[in-house]
Design a protein around this ligand. Structure first.
Ligand code: AMP
Length: 403
C-alpha cells in the first residue's frame, strides 16, 4: 500500500470510502463534523487533479425495512450530505440513485477532474454488509485509485471497506488522512505506552468490555472502573449493590480479570462511593452511599465524591490515559458529575503533558457535550473500530489494504 502523498492522482478517478454517517433530524444535518473531518482527504485528491467518487453508509436502513421488505428509504438518503458537501467544497457534487449500479456507472464515467460523485447510501445494497465480491468489483471498476478514510467502519468486512481493497494494486490504494491519524494515535497506547498508563472504563455493561479489559490489564498500571459495569465488580467482591446494574453470569469472568490484574501488577480501582437513586430518573431521590452497601431499594447511577477524588489523583499522576465509557448516567444532569470531573481531570493531566485518547462513542459524546474536546490529546471518531483495535483484533479493512 502507498501513502496518499505518494499517489499520482492527475487525471484519474478516485473512489474514497469515507464515514459521512451524520445525525439527521427532519432531513437536516444536526452535526456535520464527520463531513468536515473527511474534507482534507477529499480536498487533497481534488487538488491533485482527480475526480472523486465518494462512498458512505448512513444509519441502519437494514433494520428499518419498508413494508414490502425493500430497503431504500428517503430518510436514509445521502441527499443532505451531498448538499452539505457542495457548500463546503464549492464544486459540483452529484448524487447517484444507486450504490454501484447503472446510475453510478453512468455518472462516474462522465465525471470530470475536480468534480465529486457521491454514491447513494451503501447500506441500500444488501451485498454491502455481506462483503459481496460482485458488488465490490462493480465499485472498483468506477475508479483507478482506492482510498479508505473510514476508520469508523474499519472493523467490518464490508464490500466497500474490505472486499474492494484487494481489487486495487499496492500503488493505487492508500489510507486517507483521517484513517492514518486514527491508526497512528492508537499505536501510542498499543505499542509501549509511556508509564504510568491509566485506563478508565465505564459505560453500562461489563460484557461489552471483557475482551478489552483482558487485553489492557497486562499493559496498564491502573484500571479505574466506573459506570454501570462497576457494580458487577463490586458484587463479585461480595458487596451489596441494591438495584444497580449487574451481570450475574459474568461474575466468574470478572473474578478472573481481578486475579489476572494482580498477577500483572495492574491495580484495579473500584468506586468507593456511589450516587444512588430510587428511580432511573433525573429528578429521583438520591443519596451518597458506600458502593458495597447500597440499600436494596436504590441503584447506583454515578460515582460519588470520594471516588472522584481518588480517581483524580491517579489521573493527575498518569502519563498515558485511555478513557472509554461514562462514569454514570451522564445524559441526566443529576448523574453527570462523575463523568464531568473525570473528563476535567484528564484534560488537566493532558495540559501538563500527558497523552490522552478518548475512544468509544459515549465517552466522546460526553466530552463533546461538556465542551471539553479541546482539552484532550485525541478523540477517536470510531468507537467500535478503536475498541476492536485495542482488543488486539486486526481490523479487516486495514488488513485488506496491506495485502
Ligand atoms: P456504553 O455504551 O457501554 O459505553 O454505555 C453507555 C451508557 O451507560 C450511557 O448511556 C450511560 O447512561 C450508561 N450508564 C453509565 N453508568 C450507568 C449506571 N450506573 N447505571 C446505568 N446506566 C449507566
Amino acid at each position: 500500500m502507498s501513502k496518499i502523498q505518494q499517489i499520482d492522482f492527475n487525471n484519474k478517478k478516485t473512489i474514497i470510502r469515507a464515514d459521512l454517517n451524520v445525525p439527521l433530524k427532519n432531513g437536516k444535518i444536526t452535526d456535520n463534523s464527520r463531513i468536515v473531518a473527511s474534507l482534507p482527504t477529499i480536498q487533497h485528491v481534488i487538488n491533485n487533479g482527480s475526480a472523486v467518487i465518494l462512498m458512505s453508509h448512513l444509519g441502519r436502513p437494514e433494520k428499518d425495512l419498508n413494508e414490502d421488505g425493500s430497503i431504500k428509504k428517503e430518510k436514509y438518503s445521502l441527499a443532505p450530505v451531498a448538499k452539505e458537501l457542495k457548500n463546503l467544497l464549492n464544486t459540483t457534487v452529484l448524487l447517484s440513485s444507486d450504490f454501484g449500479g447503472i446510475d453510478s456507472q453512468t455518472k462516474a464515467s462522465e465525471l470530470k477532474s475536480g468534480q465529486v460523485l457521491l454514491l447513494e447510501n451503501s447500506r441500500f445494497e444488501k451485498g454491502e454488509g455481506k462483503g459481496d465480491e460482485q458488488l465490490a468489483s462493480q465499485l472498483a471498476k468506477l475508479a483507478d485509485i482506492f482510498i479508505n478514510d473510514a476508520f469508523g467502519t474499519a472493523h467490518r468486512a464490508h464490500a466497500s471497506t474490505y472486499k474492494i481493497a484487494s481489487l486495487f494494486p499496492q500503488d493505487k490504494k492508500a489510507f486517507g488522512f483521517l484513517m492514518d491519524k486514527e491508526l497512528e494515535e492508537a499505536r501510542k497506547i498499543t505499542e509501549n505506552p509511556k508509564k504510568p498508563y491509566t485506563v478508565i472504563l465505564g459505560g453500562a455493561k461489563v460484557s461489552d468490555k471483557l475482551q478489552l479489559i483482558e487485553k489492557l490489564v497486562p499493559k496498564a498500571d491502573h484500571l479505574l472502573i466506573g459506570g454501570g459495569m462497576a457494580y458487577t465488580f463490586i458484587k463479585a467482591k461480595g458487596g451489596q449493590i441494591g438495584k444497580s446494574l449487574c451481570e450475574e453470569d459474568k461474575i466468574d469472568l470478572v473474578l478472573g480479570i481481578i486475579q489476572k490484574a494482580e498477577e500483572n501488577n495492574c491495580s484495579i480501582h473500584l468506586p468507593i462511593d456511589t450516587i444512588a437513586a430510587d428511580e432511573f430518573k433525573d429528578d429521583a431521590n438520591k443519596e451518597v452511599v458506600s458502593t458495597s452497601e447500597i440499600p436494596e431499594n436504590l441503584m447506583g447511577l454515578d460515582i460519588g465524591p470520594k471516588t472522584i477524588e481518588k480517581y483524580r489523583k491517579i489521573i493527575a499522576e498518569s502519563v498515558t490515559i485511555f478513557w472509554n465509557g461514562p462514569m454514570g448516567v451522564f445524559e441526566m444532569s443529576s448523574f453527570a458529575n462523575g463523568t464531568i470531573k473525570v473528563a476535567e481531570a484528564i484534560g488537566n493531566a493532558t495540559s501538563k503533558g500527558a497523552y490522552s485518547l478518548i475512544g468509544g462513542g459515549d465517552s466522546v459524546a460526553a466530552v463533546n457535550k461538556f465542551q471539553m474536546g479541546e482539552m484532550m490529546s485525541f478523540l477517536s471518531t470510531g468507537g467500535g473500530a478503536m475498541l476492536t483495535l485495542l482488543e488486539g483484533t486486526p481490523l479487516p479493512a486495514v488488513e485488506a489494504m496491506e495485502k
